[in-house]
Write a protein that binds this ligand. Structure first.
Ligand SMILES: Nc1ncnc2c1ncn2[C@@H]1O[C@H](COP(=O)(O)OP(=O)(O)O)[C@@H](O)[C@H]1O
Ligand SMILES: C=C(OP(=O)(O)O)C(=O)O
Ligand SMILES: [K+]
Ligand SMILES: [Mg+2]
Length: 527
């Protein structure tokens, strides 16, 4: 794809760093999840977000009501039609999130060394002296000396917009705290974080269940972002819940790791989940700062080796109010890509930030640059070694397809799939060229009616690094002959050509089944 491949492990000529990068059709192989909200809900803005590279829209139910999100989603659908860019839908649960409720949105000034009471009595009005919270178990969970952190959704930890409290006394259901820093809280909702305590609340709250079975079912959500996943059991429970909701049995579950309890059970959670969200906002508060990078690297490695998509959050907070990220943030985005993340999740930046579209394109450009210096060769060897022998047939085919594509400098890999499994396995080996995953619909029945599969599988690849889905015409159903396969391949090639990723005389690697055999074909195109 790129002519001069730079590797960080080799000396780089400094001037080459400044060479402009070639424009490519795909903004980046790394995917961008955008949280939609007040600043990103018109058809115009969403269309611009899609064009800038957002491929998954996150609807965070910690904010607003289902009607509000439905309006936004209708606009997203219109934008998808308009731009012809696919976009998957992610429902993010509230989960066991502790919140300070400030119904009247009064500005709350908190002075260092003064005291403030946290009370479960939600009837009270929030003020400098008393903060009502949505949880009546706090007084039982904390003890004198514990620290509590309160900030607006997507707080930065900035000294003036978030506040540290120290528990000085428990009085019945109330918790009396000493304020550690002077701060001014503005807005309707603040997250409350008590370090390293166990919150006895279910991971899927009743409100979450209600929203999933109504809004989720109505909109056939592609992903459930399971906030505060703490145990593998949380994922199993959510899966069981989804399995009874018709189409949602196909919804993928992304476990959000946002506290130490989730970190401790990471391995088991990864086994159960379809993907992981490294929720660095909350986890970053629970962890000592010097440990955050290590969690990120260790977790991404495990996700990569398991072949499950990993999403990194909270990369460019400062872009909520600024057109340019800080140098630390810009470097952080690139490092997330080098560490192996599949996608970057934007929260406040797109939800209530001033520059949602610019944020997406800036992050996309940084990702694309980092991908160019990603040491694919080293990564490939590491992955093959980790998988060991004997490999499953499909994994062997997938890794061979990636190797062949690199050896012959193919411009794209085309992978036929129905379940999405083969395409995901190819992506696991992190090819440097895009993978066109041609999803062939399968006819299925639930006793009542016959329908085609494929739509979920196609959209779910929109969160996997390097995968670009194309849903084949249902007339090319999976139980097809090699003749129809040839015609689907032609459609895929035409699509690649029309979109500019395939040119005349390019080589293309194709992964498909011929008869009973899975094969890797290398084809060279004519004019
Ligand atoms: N409809 C199809 N036509 C041709 N080859 C296919 C088709 N579906 C899957 N394959 C190929 O079959 C192999 C198994 O892939 P996998 O994704 O596990 O298939 P499925 O989705 O049918 O379970 C891969 O080599 C894949 O490229
Ligand atoms: C994305 C995060 O969580 P939230 O759902 O609160 O935005 C986070 O904690 O990084
Ligand atoms: K949430
Ligand atoms: Mg969070």
């Amino acid at each position: 794809m790129q002519s001069s491949h730079l590797l960080l492990e080799e000396p780089i000529r400094m001037v080459s760093i400044l060479e402009p990068s070639k424009a490519s059709f795909f903004p980046a192989m790394t995917k961008i999840v955008g949280t939609l909200g007040p600043r990103s809900r018109s058809v115009d803005v969403i269309s611009a977000c899609l064009k800038a590279g957002m491929s998954v829209a996150r609807f965070d139910f910690s904010w607003h009501d289902p009607e509000y999100h439905q309006e936004t989603l209708e606009n997203l659908k219109a934008a998808v039609k308009l731009t012809k860019k696919l976009c998957a839908v992610m429902l993010d649960t509230v989960g066991p999130e502790l919140q300070v409720v400030n119904k009247n949105e009064k500005v709350i000034s908190l002075e260092a060394d003064a005291t403030v009471i946290l009370t479960p009595d939600e009837g009270q009005e929030a003020s400098s002296n008393i903060l009502p919270i949505n949880f009546d178990g706090l007084s039982k969970a904390v003890k004198k000396g514990d620290t509590i952190f309160i900030g607006q959704y997507l707080f930065t930890g900035s000294e003036t917009t978030s506040v540290w409290l120290e528990v000085s006394e428990v009085q019945g259901n109330d918790v009396v705290c000493v304020i550690k820093n002077t701060a001014t809280l503005t807005g309707a909702l603040f997250t409350l974080h008590a370090s390293q305590i166990r919150i006895v609340l279910p991971t899927l709250s009743d409100k979450d269940k209600e929203v999933i079975s109504s809004w989720g079912v109505q909109n056939k959500i592609d992903f459930l972002s399971l906030s505060y996943t703490r145990h593998a059991e949380d994922v199993r429970h959510a899966r069981e819940f989804l399995s009874k909701l018709g189409d949602l049995s196909q919804t993928q579950i992304f476990a959000k790791i946002e506290n130490i309890e989730g970190l401790n059970h990471f391995d088991e959670i990864l086994q159960e989940a379809d993907g992981i969200i490294l929720s660095r906002g909350n986890l970053g508060i629970d962890l000592p700062p010097e440990k955050v990078f290590l969690f990120q690297k260790a977790a991404l490695y495990k996700c990569n080796m398991a072949g499950k998509p990993a999403v990194v959050t909270r990369v460019v907070d400062s872009m909520t109010d600024n057109l340019r990220p800080t140098r630390a943030e810009a470097t952080d985005v690139a490092n997330a890509v080098l560490d192996g993340s599949d996608a970057i999740l934007l929260g406040a930046e797109t939800l209530r930030g001033l520059y949602p579209v610019e944020t997406i394109s800036t992050v996309g450009r940084i990702c694309a640059e980092a991908e160019k210096v990603f040491n694919q060769d080293l990564y490939f060897k590491k992955t093959v070694k980790y998988v060991g022998e004997p490999m499953t047939h499909l994994e062997s085919i997938a890794s061979s397809a990636v190797r062949a594509a690199i050896k012959v400098k193919a411009s794209v890999i085309i992978c036929f799939t129905s379940s999405g499994r083969a395409a995901r396995l190819i992506a696991k080996y992190r090819p440097i060229m895009p993978v066109l995953s041609v999803v062939i619909p399968r006819l299925k029945t639930n006793q009542l009616k016959w329908t085609f599969t494929g739509a979920f599988e196609a959209r779910q690849s929109l969160i996997v690094r390097g995968l670009f889905p194309m849903l084949a015409d249902p007339r090319h159903a999976a139980e097809s002959t090699s003749a129809t396969n040839e015609s689907v391949l032609k459609v895929a090639l035409d699509y690649g050509k029309a979109s500019g990723i395939i040119k005349s005389h390019d080589r293309v690697v194709v992964c498909q089944k011929v008869g009973d055999a899975s094969v890797v074909k290398i084809i060279e195109l004519g004019d």
